[in-house]
Ligand binder design. Structure first.
Ligand SMILES: [Cu+2]
Length: 246
């Protein structure tokens, strides 16, 4: 009689222990899945197109690759200019992806079709071109080394984290504004490549070895919250993203 009682309670204990373990696994699994989906790419990664051409810079030969991006005032504008977006918020945004994958030790040429207006940089440093080959960017056919603070719409600012295990990479590119009239309608630009609706900005830089980098816009283009660093600026997948060099 006594033996039976002991057996029952020990099997009860076993069951409650099992339930506890199963619940624990479920909780850890759910947390893990949530964290994973939060850090997942908001859009499908965009791979640079490798070219069969090479280029010599400072006596060294590099393979070439290129990648194209657009910057849009909102999702509607992105759609009008042929860019499908999976973004749920109607913020200013880069597209078609904010995760760029670039080949290592390569001369990478980026073309940005920039369609937005803007106000004023809060840090004039980000009006300077940094880290490109030749120290310039080409805007609608003209090479420049900076854009005045009051003529910037967004920046493409690529940087790494301090690390001894990957090569440093820092590139800052200010994008010039599309001007608007006093009704807030965009005024036609001089750029046929964007059908006179934006600016075409091209620049090149040389990647080092494999590594993980981030980029973001340093123009305060969010809404009124957090000194315009809210909304698009604080939501991943609009004005910030990843760069994988591999
Ligand atoms: Cu921006």
């Amino acid at each position: 009689m006594e033996t039976t009682t002991v057996e029952t309670s020990s099997s009860k204990r076993l069951i409650s222990a099992l339930v506890f373990v199963v619940l624990g696994v479920a909780v850890v699994g759910t947390v893990g899945f949530t964290l994973h989906s939060l850090s997942a790419d908001p859009q499908k990664a965009l791979y640079a197109t490798k070219s069969s051409e090479t280029i010599v810079v400072d006596g060294k030969t590099y393979p070439k690759a290129s990648i194209a991006l657009g910057v849009y005032a909102d999702s509607g504008q992105a759609a009008d200019y042929g860019h499908y977006t999976t973004n749920k918020k109607d913020y200013v945004q880069y597209g078609p992806s904010t995760h760029l994958v670039l080949p290592a030790h390569t001369f990478v040429t980026v073309t940005i079709s920039a369609y937005d207006g803007g106000e004023h940089l809060n840090n004039p440093y980000f009006g300077k071109v940094v880290g490109t080959v030749g120290g310039t960017i080409n805007i609608d056919g003209v090479d420049v080394s900076n854009v005045p603070s009051d003529n910037v719409q967004h920046t493409f600012t690529l940087h790494g984290i301090p690390s001894s295990s990957q090569d440093p990479l820092f590139v800052n590119v200010p994008l010039p504004q599309v001007k608007a009239d006093d009704q807030d309608n965009f005024i036609a630009t001089q750029d046929p490549k964007t059908n006179f609706k934006g600016h075409t900005v091209t620049f090149s830089f040389i990647t080092g070895g494999a590594g993980d980098y981030v980029w973001n816009c340093e123009y305060p283009c969010g809404d009124g919250s957090y000194a315009k660093f809210g909304a698009a600026m604080s939501t991943y997948g609009y004005m910030s993203g990843k760069v994988t060099v591999k």
